[in-house]
Design a protein around this ligand. Sequence first.
Ligand SMILES: [Zn+2]
Length: 126
Amino acid sequence: MAESFNDLIEAAIIATKNSYSPYSHFSVGAALLSRDGKIYTGCNVESVSFPVGICAEQSALAAAVNDGKRKFTAIAIYSDSGVTPCGKCRQALAEFGDMWVITIDSKGVKKDLTLSKLLPDAFNKI
Ligand SMILES: [Zn+2]
């Protein structure tokens, strides 16, 4: 990895505490780092109508885009099992180019990946 993302990882862990996941009991937190150094966090928000829920990654992405950000360096994602982003989130993030994807589990095990490795040949109509 090109640089240390300790602050980003810590922000993802803290964001997990806000997770609203009464159905799955699977809490996820994400922290997205914009190229200008600002961190945007998100958590998963479930709904009784399951498709209505939103993933932590998209929650963080919405916060960043809403603040005018369009370029990102990395996203850190924390969950008990250290999951990688789902397919929908991979595509949503790919809209804004490649970035580091760091996953962390409850034992502190990290995986450093890139979005282009997780989603090669992402859909792009341009
Ligand atoms: Zn997702």
